[in-house]
Design a protein around this ligand. Sequence first.
Ligand code: SF4
Length: 500
Amino acid sequence: MIRQDAHRIDPKRRAVIDHKKRQFAAPAYKQQDYPFRLNLYETPPTAEITLEQFEQWAIDRLKILAEIEACSYRNKTPAETAAQITPLLQKFLPLSSNTSSPNGAADQRLKNERQKDHYSHFILRLAFSATEDLRRRFARAETMLFRFRFQQDDSKERRAFIDGLSLDWEPVGEEEKNEVAESLAGATPGLRRVDEETWYKVDWEKVPELVERRSVFLKKGKAYVPGREQLSMIIAEFTARLERALDLTSRALPRLDEDDRLTPILNHLSKNFGSAESVYSESEGYVDGAPITAASIDQLSQHFPLCMRSLHTNLRKNNHLKHFGRLQYTLFLKGIGLSLEECILFWRQSFKGFTDDEFNSRYKYNIRHAYGDVGGDVNRRGRGYPPYSCQKILGDSNPGVGQSHGCPYRHYSVDNLVGLLQSTGVHDKEVLRGVREDVGKTRYHIACNRVFEWAHKNEIKKVKEDGTWSAADLDTIVHPNTYFKRSYLLKQLAQAPRDA
Ligand code: SF4
């Protein structure tokens, strides 16, 4: 897909490939013309794309899947999830129907959208096929995305898409329908008249949702499904095909190990599932016009996420922070827009028990280094290091004794975490119960988002009601600097007079 020769196998090696693996030895490439918006992703991409497109398209899709997964973890209703992901899809992965253009599927814009959708799916399939857990999460998020798009699709186009699939659904003939009419009526809830429906016979394993709900008639291993349950059948088909494909991909993965262009990108992508940190840009934490100075940090700390708030509290309590805590906090402060001079002043004033000489010789260099004022590689000169994302903080090893860096949701015991939250004013029993549950399921950033939403519920309600912010402005937070900026802006907007 990047360049076809990247996947080509030495002919001598190909000759000794085990017959069971032969299915991977000679992939059957097919030209894609994308007649429909929807895709079951049966055929791998074949055209060449650049490495930049390879990575960017995958990152864009990852942003959507991460948000879908976060919505499901946060128990959002289908309507809330739709409101959340629609603008993101529009921005990162638009997919228009044929009727949106006078030229239909021949329109180049539609082709480009569909190509990006197709390729990004396959790139992430490669990235997320390595472990069982990633495969499961990927299949789940992709299925939810497919379901959403299927439901949004133009009904004529959807019909044509389904007709174009060779699905193993056997239409039930009139005679048989009359024979089993009573059983169909008894087993199918909400049915008005058996003869008004089109019925299909499918293997019962293909419609687990319907079987589980006991809303389908079963006979000799076949489920008799009414046409209106097509969504269930298509979704089950999509999931089953994807799971099979992921399984096959995972077995083919070792071949890619030798490709030193793709492997690092794929590894990076797979580490970011759930946080999509790659979409954070370093300027995102700045708030234009906000008074960010050494003197304002105490006041601003009410907007900090728990990780930074805990560092700030410890700094004020001990007049000192150990190295990793200082680094995490310095980069965060840099990210919110604190200048280097103000940052040095902030640390100097905070480290009360030290003389100027001690401070300058022991601590000042590291602050300048974090800002890129000294040292570092040429690429980082003048910029320093980016503020840590949640993914980075959550993935770092546990802080040792006396250290206070890290993420409290991940690195504190649950009881200590709850105590810390209570000390910051979070007393709502339902929120604390939710946090315990999230943390128990290792969904740390979801717990953090839960607290954010609770702490800003009035402001969120206001900006949603007056239309100041869209659902996309309130997507899942995966970066401490986003937490700060959103909290700060929400409070400002809430305080602004209505007619301002
Ligand atoms: Fe900080 Fe992220 Fe942890 Fe929240 S989830 S406390 S922002 S590291």
